[in-house]
Design a protein around this ligand. Structure first.
Ligand SMILES: Cc1cc2nc3c(=O)[nH]c(=O)nc-3n(C[C@H](O)[C@H](O)[C@H](O)COP(=O)(O)OP(=O)(O)OC[C@H]3O[C@@H](n4cnc5c(N)ncnc54)[C@H](O)[C@@H]3O)c2cc1C
Length: 454
């Protein structure tokens, strides 16, 4: 029985969200200009400054919405795409909001806004908000270069953005209404829109941060098994405590896991789902030890509880064409979403063919080896597995070294086009493979990739 639902039709839902997004950004500016036409005559620079502030604040509000992992919003785009967009819009908002005081000082000749230390308190709040925004963006974009540990950075990112939004809201409302009630935000409908925008951002933040407390019963799972796959890779399998409410995943998607065990910190981490949604097997994630949190995975015991949020992402062979042969290329633990796809092909006795190129360091690092060999013996689906090792033992008879152009073309038997390619692995390896695929002539829409890092 095939339980995997097709992912939401992308184009229509995406267009609706893009229109809503554009309307929210342009809405306040349009409302001000339509309801107060006289405001458009304060001089070009002053008007531009106000428009930048109005649109910049709306972008900040939407940043909260995009980071909240709302399933209906995430589904047409994929979470990695949304987070990349979130990052780009954060940069744009900083530029717009930095330009706001400069344009204002320039347009009105009030340079003291930029130069004087002692300024009226609403202006002071604006300065602080801008400072908080700049710090937020710098620490987000250069987190790794600044050596900020992910969980600590995430906690401070959350606090800083709320602090910044509250300051920016008070600053804009007080100055927007204006001393004699003649500012852009003076009419009550505009004030109502402004308050609604800020309330929306904070509401979404509360939903995101405290979601577990409201919905915990729906997303609560029990660990049913803990299996060691290799020296440093473990598979955890889960069953929902209440057999209702969970969305069935599509093979290749991922979820967020929070383990409730005294041995493991209560942190949320993303992991691909390695199990197939067909045949009713448990929900599994296969996890490699790479840092503080994953090092504690072996301490988890059957019977421990976990919150699981998801599924997320669009990395699934169900998204693209329904019948093209598949080429799956995995590096190390990057096999996990591809394993879910292969298991789903097997469980649904699919007639599609799949070539799996599985790159590892050594024989000991190969996980799922027997299961993959058993799949190769099936008539449907037709699966071919090629193991490539970068540092094999002297006894290894298979391909060794890196995947290169000529070897890849040989594996594809010269037939590069009319295939769907799925690549997953460490970011450097995935990027190198994508480049290689483009070099040998694979059309970009046929290349799908997931990287285990945002
Ligand atoms: C979409 C996706 C799917 C993934 N699927 C798998 C999988 O199937 N198997 C697997 O072993 N790993 C997977 N990962 C990677 C996994 O999330 C990280 O290895 C894990 O979170 C590292 O945590 P740590 O504390 O042990 O290591 P750390 O040393 O703390 O982190 C290593 C790096 O992982 C990233 N990271 C850490 N915590 C988080 C977090 N809470 N959210 C997002 N990124 C974080 C950061 O970039 C960090 O620099 C996936 C990641 C993503 C984004």
């Amino acid at each position: 029985m095939d339980l995997a639902p097709p992912l939401l039709p992308r184009r229509r839902a995406a267009i609706i969200w893009i229109v809503i997004y554009a309307l929210v950004i342009a809405g306040p500016v349009l409302l001000v200009r339509l309801t107060q036409p006289h405001q458009g005559h304060q001089g070009f620079l002053q008007d531009l400054s106000n428009n930048l502030a109005l649109a910049g604040f709306a972008i900040l509000v939407l940043q909260f919405v995009m980071a909240a992992r709302i399933p209906r919003l995430e589904s047409p785009f994929g979470l990695d795409y949304l987070l990349r967009f979130h990052r780009a819009m954060g940069l744009l908002a900083v530029l717009m909001l930095l330009a706001h005081p400069i344009m204002l000082a320039w347009g009105t000749g009030r340079w003291w806004l930029l130069t004087r230390l002692a300024v009226p308190w609403p202006v002071e709040l604006g300065r602080l908000a801008l400072l908080a925004l700049v710090v937020t963006v710098i620490t987000a974009v250069w987190r790794q270069a600044l050596r900020l540990e992910y969980q600590r950075w995430r906690r401070w990112h959350g606090r800083l953005v709320v602090f910044m939004l509250v300051l920016a809201f008070v600053h804009s409302l007080v100055l927007g209404v204006g001393g004699r009630g003649r500012g852009d935000l003076a009419p009550w409908p505009l004030r109502a829109v402004w308050i609604a925008l800020a309330a929306c951002a904070l509401g979404v933040y509360v939903y995101h941060r405290w979601f577990h407390r409201f919905y915990h019963r729906k997303i609560l799972h029990t660990v049913t098994s803990v299996k060691q796959e290799s020296r440093d890779v473990w598979t955890l399998t889960f069953a929902p405590v209440l057999p209702v409410g969970r969305r069935v995943h599509s093979p290749g998607q991922f979820h967020y896991l929070t383990i409730l065990s005294p041995h493991v910190p209560r942190e949320e981490h993303p992991f691909s789902i390695s199990s197939s949604p067909a045949a009713g097997e448990g929900l599994a994630s296969t996890i490699k030890i790479v840092g503080d949190f994953t090092a504690l995975i072996p301490k988890i015991k059957p019977g421990d509880r976990a919150y699981i949020r998801g599924p997320f992402g669009r990395f699934s062979y169900l998204v693209a064409s329904p019948d093209k042969p598949l080429v799956l290329i995995a590096g190390g633990v990057g096999i996990t979403p591809l394993m879910s796809m292969l298991r789903h092909l097997r469980d649904t006795r699919s007639r599609r063919s799949a070539l799996l190129v599985f790159v590892n360091r050594s024989e000991e690092d190969i996980i799922f080896r027997e299961e993959l060999a058993a799949m190769e013996a099936l008539d449907h689906p037709q699966v071919r597995v090629v193991h490539v090792l970068s540092r094999p033992s002297v006894d290894w008879r298979g391909p060794r070294g890196r995947l290169n152009r000529s070897f890849l073309i040989e594996l594809l038997r010269g037939q590069v086009l009319e295939k769907d390619y799925y690549v997953c692995g460490p970011p450097a390896m995935a990027e190198a493979i994508i480049l290689l695929l483009r070099e040998i002539g694979v059309p970009p829409p046929n290349i799908h990739s997931e990287q285990f890092s945002y």
